[in-house]
Design a protein around this ligand. Structure first.
Ligand SMILES: [Zn+2]
Length: 308
C-alpha cells in the first residue's frame, strides 16, 4: 500500500487515509496541554491492521523536555500492544497526525519505521488528506542507525536479575516480576542504561508498566514514566483497536483515565546501580506532580557481561 499514490490508489487506500486521520482528530480530544493549549492527536496503523492512538501530554510544573508528543505516545501504545500480543517485530506503515510532526518525532519515526507514510489534513476537510513519505518528503538524510546491526545490549531475562536486585520493602512479588520484565524490554540500545517503572496501587497491585525508548541522538528520548502513563491510558481508554473506522467516546475515555490515575499511589523505578543515565530525580518529580505519589527505586546490580 502506497497511500501517496492517492490519485491512482484504490478507493480503500483513500478511505484508510481519511479514517486514520479522523481517528487522529478524535485522539486529539484526549490531549492534555496545560502549558501551551496546543493539542495534537495521532493514529498509527500497524502491519496487522491494528490502530494505535496517541496524544500529547504536557506536565504542569515539570521541565518542558518531559513533554510527550502524540507520535511518541502512539508508538509507545503500539509497542506495548505488540509486546502483549507477543509479536516480535512492530511495523508501522502509516501514521496520521493532526499537526505536522516536529523534528524530534520525525527522527524517532525514522529510526524505527524508515518507510512510514505520514497523513496530514483538517478534520472532515473537503480536500483529500495529504500523504507524505517520511524519508523522501519530511526527513531526507536523517541521522539513521541500523537497529538490526546493533542488537540490544540487554540480552537478559528478568529471572536472571531477581537475585541481583535490592528491592524496597513491601514490594510484592508480582510488582517485582513486572518491574524486571519491563526493565529487560527497555529500548536502551543506544546508551545501554535501561530504565523502567511501574505504577502501583494502594493495594500493592501493578497498574501499568513502562520503559524508556531511546533515540540515537539521545535527545529526544522517551522516559519510562511517560510510557507507563500511556500504558495506563491505553488500558483505561482502549487506545489500541483493530481496524478502521474508530469511534471514540472522549468524555468517557477521559473519565476512565482519571479513575485509573486516582489509583496510583506509588511509582517504582528500576535502573542499574551507578547508572550513567539516571531517571530517579525526574521520576520522583513527575510522580509527585501527576499522582501525588511516592517513588521508590529498585536497584539492579549490573551484570559483568552487560554494558561496556
Ligand atoms: Zn513531535
Amino acid at each position: 500500500m502506497d497511500l501517496r499514490m492517492l490519485g491512482m490508489a484504490t478507493d480503500s487506500d483513500a478511505a484508510t487515509a481519511r479514517q486514520l486521520l479522523e481517528a487522529a482528530w478524535q485522539a486529539r480530544e484526549l490531549a492534555r496541554a496545560p502549558v501551551s493549549g496546543f493539542r495534537v492527536g495521532a493514529a498509527a496503523l500497524d502491519a496487522q491492521g491494528d490502530v494505535h492512538l496517541g496524544y500529547n501530554v504536557e506536565f504542569a510544573g515539570a521541565p518542558l523536555g518531559e513533554t510527550l508528543h502524540a507520535e511518541h505516545a502512539a508508538v509507545a501504545v503500539a509497542r506495548r500492544y505488540a509486546a502483549a500480543q507477543k509479536r516480535g517485530d512492530l511495523k508501522i506503515d502509516v501514521i496520521a497526525v493532526t499537526a505536522t510532526p516536529c523534528g524530534h518525532c520525525r527522527q524517532m519515526l525514522a529510526e524505527r519505521f524508515p518507510h512510514i507514510q505520514i497523513v496530514l489534513g483538517d478534520r472532515g476537510g473537503a480536500a483529500e488528506p495529504t500523504v507524505l513519505s517520511l524519508k523522501e518528503d519530511l526527513l531526507p538524510r536523517a541521522v539513521t542507525f541500523d537497529l538490526l546491526a546493533n542488537p540490544s545490549k540487554l540480552a537478559l531475562c528478568a529471572k536472571d536479575l531477581e537475585a541481583s536486585v535490592s528491592a524496597p520493602k513491601n514490594l510484592g512479588a508480582t510488582v517485582l516480576t513486572e518491574a524486571l520484565s519491563s526493565f529487560v524490554s527497555a529500548d536502551a540500545r543506544f546508551s545501554g542504561w535501561p530504565r523502567a517503572c511501574v505504577f502501583v496501587s494502594d493495594a500493592g497491585q501493578s497498574l501499568a508498566t513502562g520503559s524508556c525508548m531511546e533515540s540515537v541522538a539521545f535527545n529526544p528520548s522517551q522516559g519510562c514514566f511517560q510510557t507507563a502513563l500511556m500504558a495506563l491510558a491505553s488500558e483505561a481508554q482502549h487506545l489500541s483497536r483493530h481496524g478502521l473506522p474508530i469511534t471514540l467516546d472522549a468524555p468517557s475515555a477521559l473519565q476512565a483515565l482519571a479513575s485509573s490515575m486516582e489509583k496510583v499511589r506509588k511509582v517504582v523505578l528500576v535502573q542499574y546501580q551507578g547508572a550513567l543515565v539516571d531517571d530517579q530525580v525526574i521520576v520522583e518529580h513527575l510522580s509527585s506532580k501527576v499522582f501525588s505519589a511516592t517513588t521508590s527505586t529498585l536497584w539492579v546490580a549490573k551484570p559483568e557481561t552487560g554494558n561496556e
